[in-house]
Write a protein that binds this ligand. Sequence first.
Ligand code: NAD
Ligand code: TDX
Length: 342
Amino acid sequence: MHSLLVTGGAGFIGSNFIRYMLAAHPDLLIVNYDKLTYAGNLENLSGLENHPSYRFIRGDICDHETVARAMEEHSVDIIINFAAESHVDRSILGPAVFIETNVTGTTALLDAARKYGVVRFVQISTDEVYGSLGEEGTFSETTPLHPNSPYAASKTSADLFVLAYQHTFGVPAVITRCSNNYGPYQFPEKLIPLMIVNALNDRPLPVYGDGGNVRDWIYVEDHCRAIDVVLHHGVAGEVYNIGGGNEWNNIDIVKLILRELGKPESLITFVKDRPGHDRRYAMDSRKITRELDWKPAKTFEGGLRETVRWYLDHAEWWKRILSGAYEEYYRTMYVERERSFR
Ligand code: NAD
Ligand code: TDX
């Protein structure tokens, strides 16, 4: 029986991944290792507390001793690293914690992987390491790395350490680089949940710049399935792009959300742009399709409708988030921006 250390398992993608894996692979032990930062929320895993194949440990990935204890206590032989500071706007406000968690934390996990001789290390990375595209083209695994935000720079550094540890020490590591995820349990600082929650509260919907920035959206469960495939069949030292093949302008998504909710477009407010805002991301995922037989299954319209429904049905989940430190974050991030309406 393999024992997986899933770091950042109380966050958006990590919690979806744990639910997915417990259902798909009842023979695995899943150890969720999470610091529970503002983004970590054990409510994302409610109902699993007493699951026989699930354990939770509160800990920081930068803390070698606590990581070591988790590895030993549960005989961990696989590490999947989701833990990260994940929001670009926060990395612009304060990059330091991004370096600490995303770079130092990843190397601490790589040291543990070496020490305990894991059979697999999966680093969950992002399309943002490639930078920004013009009107044409896509990112492939051989596209030169060109991170633009502090967040992207920290994820790129982590990727380079993963590849260096694989090359130098033989850590059996693989990297997945995914495009923008959406779905249940996403913290309402990211575009889609923020717009849903604001619309439900009849609050302005703050669209950065001209709203013409493009992202390639993937339903979180499709991402989880891709990670499962890479975990089981990926080749050490390889990078796998994961994309939805689904490009949308921000403004069109915001309008679609308003339509789903039956709310007026007059809620849309164009605000000051994100500094250094990447214009367009688009993924070439042909490698994982060709070599590992994965492709996304969910249509965007279907996935978005289900996601909107989920936020409608789980108002108590996001209202609890909004009643905490979120309000202060929102003021810091948006009040000044909204003063400079375009
Ligand atoms: P999230 O912010 O929702 O969750 C991050 C989790 O990591 C939280 O539970 C948090 O408590 C935990 N964490 C943060 N610092 C930690 C530390 N020092 N030690 C232990 N735990 C810590 O993030 P997400 O959107 O679920 O993203 C998960 C991973 O996927 C990240 O590595 C991110 O870079 C990557 N990714 C995200 C997307 C996306 O669209 N959300 C796309 C591609 C890749
Ligand atoms: O209020 C907003 N208004 C707005 O116009 C927010 C929060 C975002 N945006 C725009 C900025 C982007 O063009 O929407 C787009 C998506 O923004 P985010 O949800 O913040 O995602 P992005 O910056 O694209 O980064 C995401 O995808 C890659 C994740 O947050 C990263 O963790 C992942 O690595």
